[in-house]
Design a binder for this molecule. Structure first.
Ligand code: E4P
Length: 240
């Protein structure tokens, strides 16, 4: 291999690995007031919901999705509840009509993957959820899913390492240029989950509002600000 070929190989490797501008932050909630409040930060790129979150909100599913779509321009995942392919397709088609930014969320079952292929062919965006293994993620990507949602907290709960799964999916997807599915890290429980997902290069994390609010917080930031303000007050100056 001559040096030009080696150089080209390095450039291509970098281009393949650095394939997006930033990590997207989604909120993992169906609480409209919370979404409205946190969207004012300008840092919320999308929303994920699931049947449990909708049940917890105590609100009507369709009205929740309509309200969220008036607040958020980015992707909003809405999950089907049928378990057969035809039912999932019909529910997916109905959900996709609520707003242009609805992403149909499908479970990672054989029926869900079949529904995914159908909806992808109809140019409807999909999020294949409840992913717990690299092989499942490979199938989601082969099905053309826009997103795959590996649930890392639930893997940690059973003594496995959820972040290892993110790392493995990232490696697999990086090996094949035709696998364009985005890794949407789900079931996030800690700040460590977020930072390590970014180090791995996951495309998106979906965060419970509480974890989102913990991200900016650091004891030394508070302490440092207090000291700056105290010293500034002693100068008796004013910027405005
Ligand atoms: C993702 O889309 C799911 O809604 C969510 O992240 C599941 O998280 P949990 O394991 O905390 O319920």
């Amino acid at each position: 291999m001559n040096s030009y070929v080696i150089f080209l190989f390095h450039v291509i490797s970098i281009a393949v690995n650095i394939n997006q501008n930033s990590m997207d932050f989604f909120l993992d909630t169906a609480e409209v007031d919370v979404i409205k409040d946190l969207s004012e930060t300008g840092l919320v790129d999308g929303i994920t919901t699931n049947p449990s979150l909708v049940a917890k909100s105590g609100q009507d599913f369709f009205s929740v999705l309509e309200k969220i779509s008036r607040i958020i321009d980015g992707p909003i995942s809405a999950e089907v509840t049928a378990i057969d392919t035809e039912g999932m397709i019909n529910e997916g088609l109905k959900l996709s009509k609520i707003a242009k930014n609805i992403v149909v969320k499908l479970p990672l079952t054989l029926e869900g993957l079949k529904a995914c292929v159908f909806l992808v062919n109809k140019k409807i965006r999909t999020n294949v959820t409840l992913c717990f293994s690299a092989n499942q993620a490979l199938l989601a990507a082969k099905s053309g899913a826009t997103y795959v949602s590996p649930f890392i907290g639930r893997l940690d709960d059973i003594g496995e390492n959820g972040l290892d799964l993110i790392s493995n999916i990232k490696s697999i997807y990086s090996n094949y240029i035709a696998l364009n599915t985005k890794i949407l890290v789900a079931s996030v429980r800690s700040l460590d989950h977020i930072a390590k997902s970014a180090i791995i290069g996951a495309d998106t994390v979906t965060l419970p509002p509480k974890v989102f609010l913990e991200m900016y917080d650091h004891e030394l930031t508070k302490k440092g600000l207090d000291a700056f303000l105290k010293d500034w007050a002693e100068t008796k100056q004013s910027i405005l």
